[in-house]
Design a protein. Structure first.
Length: 206
């Protein structure tokens, strides 16, 4: 489940967690997220860089590789073992977020940073069977964010506009993997569409 900050994907995930378990009583599900809370890179990202708008501003490449290291650990420690045991894995953010967000962060530092990041991940990453992209106008996303307590470093309108464009680019490149959801709709409608997309895939693979 992907999307810019404030797009409602985490809210939708909370809404559908129990419903998916009820709808798929014979399947085992695991719900996870990136950055993770268990790996050392994930802890550093969550505890310092995402909360401090000035942290690592001069170390953008280092920040990228922290995200990649956390993703690699997530694959090895959680996703691959779960898939091997037959679980359906639902993740709140994945490597597409790294490409979209760090692709915006590294603009002007490396040529075509989105493509460059994807090229780094491609040899060892596992692509999801389905990616739900919660699409929302960045200004509306910022209005939602402004109602929350605190602000993370990526939560700026100009930055989210770049991230939004990167997500759209990724979705255009892989239309068979992405389903784009209109996240401006009522939360219940968006959650229902997300749930239905996951159920349809799960039943097609059963």
């Amino acid at each position: 489940m992907e999307g810019i900050d404030g797009s409602g994907k985490s809210t939708a995930l909370r809404e559908i967690t129990g419903k998916l378990k009820d709808a798929l009583p014979n399947r085992r599900l695991i719900f996870t997220a990136e950055p993770t809370k268990k790996s050392m890179p994930g802890q550093v990202l969550r505890e310092i860089f995402l909360k401090d708008s000035t942290a690592m501003e001069a170390f953008k490449l280092e920040e990228l590789f922290l995200f990649l290291a956390d993703h690699a650990d997530h694959l090895a420690a959680t996703i691959m073992p779960s898939l091997e045991e037959g679980f359906i894995v639902v993740s709140d953010r994945y490597s597409d977020s790294t490409a979209a967000y760090q692709g915006a962060t590294l603009r002007g530092i490396v040529p075509d940073p989105v493509a460059w990041i994807r090229s780094i991940c491609r040899p060892w990453d596992i692509m999801p069977d389905l990616t739900l992209l919660f699409s929302l106008d960045p200004q509306l996303a910022m209005e939602r964010i402004s109602q929350r307590y605190g602000r993370e470093k990526f939560e700026r309108t100009d930055f989210l506009m770049q991230v939004d464009e990167n997500f759209k680019r990724l979705a255009r490149a892989e239309p068979d993997r992405f389903i784009v959801l209109d996240a401006s709709q009522d939360e219940e409608i968006v959650s229902e569409k997300a749930q239905r997309a996951i159920l349809d895939l799960a039943k097609s693979r059963s």
